[in-house]
Design a protein around this ligand. Structure first.
Ligand code: HEM
Ligand code: HEM
Length: 152
């Protein structure tokens, strides 16, 4: 592969993932507002329901799910193209864990929509873990970016 193309590919995944981190933060804030709406007093609920927070959370959450799966496998593909192998390190392992977490969290949607409380608690727990790991992933990710940058 031409050198310049391979070099640019290196920055596609990090850029995409920073955008995804912002989008995940937005999904989180919509989720919190969805919960506020669900548990509000009838009077306040009438106002909050107009925000359609639950539907918007579901929509943005679905995008976050898709981009996380594609972005993660994309990162693996780029690493493989450049090195002919994957490096089994924290960034790879935490990345795999994150994809698993969000897949399971999303799979609880039908139960949550039926009002299942356990599914809801599990969804929030899984995704809070996800958000914490995401911050860690950004740190190790930038370390890899630095390594690629300085080794050229
Ligand atoms: C802002 C955050 C992130 C940055 C800056 C970042 C950066 C990077 C970089 C530079 C690579 C090496 C790719 C290459 O050789 O060009 C990489 C690989 C990878 N990334 Fe990320 N990444 C981030 C977030 C994520 C997230 C959220 C996931 C998964 C959910 C993820 C999963 C992976 C995987 C599986 C690989 C391939 C294995 C490896 O090279 O260690 N990354 N990332
Ligand atoms: C960025 C990751 C995510 C976070 C931090 C998050 C967080 C939350 C929170 C806090 C709630 C409110 C729970 C409650 O009402 O007690 C919620 C509800 C929900 N989430 Fe997520 N979520 C995320 C991703 C997703 C994804 C990927 C999907 C599905 C594709 C999804 C689907 C839902 C659904 C269907 C509900 C129930 C909404 C309702 O009450 O009608 N979420 N989420």
């Amino acid at each position: 592969m031409p050198d310049a193309l391979a070099f640019n590919l290196n920055f596609l995944h990090p850029l995409l993932m920073w955008v995804l981190l912002a989008l995940s933060g937005y999904a989180l804030s919509l989720g919190i507002k969805a919960k506020k709406t669900r548990t509000a007093e009838p009077e306040q609920r009438k106002e909050l329901i107009k925000g359609k927070f639950a539907q918007r959370h579901f929509q943005i959450g679905s995008i976050v799910l898709a981009v996380m799966v594609l972005g993660s496998f994309g990162g693996m593909a780029v690493t493989y193209i450049n090195n002919g192998k994957l490096f089994v390190g924290p960034h790879l392992l935490v990345g795999i864990a994150m994809v698993s977490l969000i897949a399971v969290a999303a799979s609880l949607s039908p139960l949550m929509l039926k009002g299942n409380l356990i599914a809801r608690k599990a969804h929030v727990g899984l995704n809070m873990t996800l958000m914490t790991l995401f911050l860690w992933q950004a740190v190790t990710g930038m370390q890899i970016v630095n390594k690629i940058w300085t080794s050229r």
